[in-house]
Design a binder for this molecule. Structure first.
Ligand SMILES: [Fe+2]
Length: 454
């Protein structure tokens, strides 16, 4: 009897022990997914960036939203390095299709997910929102407003945070991205649509940063690790991170005019040495050739230049020692303008930096030799910072209120013209007005250029 009792006791203990041990295995890692971003979206692919709090295995499901069908499921290993980030590329997707993704961390029943819609493979109409400049980790309601508008994507044009990093580089970039992307309202927006991002000074390095930023290499590496971006035009570890993508018949060219920037040299107001925003012939040529390629493919160019194109002597904000906007680089600007004129590139410029909504219809933006390149310009900022007025003048005026963003409606019915509606929105959801009380908005159509064989 005693033998049987002892046997039963041992059996129970072993069961209890094995259960505890098993429970320990299941919950051992207790991983948390801190944030998820979706980017690099085209007509048939997307990249999901997953940031966990520790290494381990997590599972990702990709679901076709309409049918609820799981298209792909994959076990991912979050590596024990690079801030516990992993990127997953989904290829072979259907165009113009909404997808849902779900990330399940290891040893944790929670799930973090979001949605994106692939671009159409035909000419199509869509809207996108863009803006720049927000406090580090901003939780402004403006991000929820943008989310509610169901745009195809959100374009952040610089100053994603204001950490001004020029020392202790990598840990501070990791922290800056974490604070930004774990902000509940930003996270809600970025999980509802693709995120497109080009930096400016405060998020690339210190205020008015240029190629001399001591954290340049780490900044490029941190962007590459954290952001689900389009393919870089250059693979150099020191940048630039310039990139481009097409949505319908618009090619977006995102130029990195911070990481390679060489400032002009002044003696008082006299410019002794010219500067360059692109920093090298190779970089500038890539930009010019990309615009020509767009034209030859029958596309309109949306050039994302983080800071003001419109600024020249006699302008309302021009200072004689300009080095942080195009006003300080008249030679390089004229070269670009001459190229636009020579090749008749159908282009407009999207900018931030200045904390304002402003538009110019070409009246003040023509810098080609003897004129001939009146390019339309749309500034949209600040998402969550105080206001400021830079460059100009602008034909449609400006608004330097805090809490603003820009909306672009692309109206493409597959005909020979493509039309655009531009307007600014406030975080209250109202249309932005200029200093004279008039709505800052513009509508125009551009002729689709004839395609040319490469
Ligand atoms: Fe800014």
């Amino acid at each position: 009897m005693a033998y049987i009792l002892r046997y039963c006791l041992m059996f129970c203990i072993s069961i209890l022990f094995s259960c505890t041990a098993q429970k320990k295995i299941v919950s051992a890692n207790n991983q948390t997914i801190e944030y998820v971003l979706c980017g690099n979206v085209t007509k048939d692919m997307a990249t999901i960036s997953i940031k966990a709090d520790k290494a381990g295995k997590c599972k990702i499901n990709l679901i076709e939203s309409l049918t609820g069908k799981i298209i792909k499921t994959k076990l991912l290993t979050v590596p024990d390095l690079a801030d516990f980030i992993i990127k997953e590329n989904f290829t072979g997707l259907k165009p113009n299709t909404k997808y849902t993704y779900q990330i399940f961390p290891e040893g944790n029943s929670s799930m973090l997910g979001g949605n994106f819609t692939t671009f159409s493979d035909k000419p199509f109409s869509y809207t996108f929102a863009f803006g720049s400049c927000m406090e580090t980790g901003s939780n402004s309601d403006i991000f929820l407003k943008i989310k509610d508008e169901n745009h195809l994507f959100f374009l952040q044009g610089g100053d994603l945070h204001y950490e001004n990093i020029d020392s202790n580089c990598t840990p501070r970039f990791n922290e800056a991205y974490k604070r930004t992307f774990t902000s509940p309202h930003q996270s809600t927006l970025y999980r509802s649509l693709p995120f497109v991002y080009m930096w400016d000074d405060h998020d690339f390095g210190p205020n008015n940063a240029d190629a001399t930023n001591p954290c340049r290499k780490e900044s490029v590496a941190a962007y590459h690790t954290h952001i689900p971006h389009y393919p870089f035009a250059f693979s150099d570890k020191e940048g630039p991170i310039s990139q481009s993508f097409s949505a319908g018949r618009v090619m977006f060219i995102l130029t990195d005019i911070r990481s390679q920037k060489i400032r002009p040299v002044y003696n008082e107001c006299e410019r002794l040495k010219t500067g360059t925003n692109f920093g090298s012939e190779a970089h500038l040529n890539w930009f010019l050739e990309s615009m020509l390629k767009a034209k030859n493919e029958g596309k309109i160019v949306a050039w994302v230049s983080s800071y003001s194109w419109v600024n020249a002597p006699g302008g309302p904000n021009y200072k004689c020692k300009e080095s942080d906007n195009w006003g300080g680089y008249p030679e390089e600007r004229q070269r670009i303008a001459n190229f636009l004129k020579e090749h008749q590139i159908p282009v407009f410029i999207l900018s931030g930096d200045a904390h304002m909504v402003a538009m110019d219809d070409g009246s003040n933006s023509d810098y080609a030799e003897n004129g001939g390149a009146p390019v339309r310009v749309f500034h949209a900022a600040a998402l969550d910072r105080y206001g400021s007025y830079k460059g100009g003048p602008y034909s449609h005026g400006y608004s330097k209120e805090p809490g603003q963003y820009g909306v672009v409606e692309v109206i493409d019915e597959g005909k020979e013209n493509i039309c655009f509606k531009w307007y600014g929105k406030s975080k209250k959801g109202e249309k932005v007005i200029n200093t004279e009380g008039k709505e800052i908005s513009m509508e125009f159509c551009l002729k689709i250029p004839n395609k040319k064989a490469p």
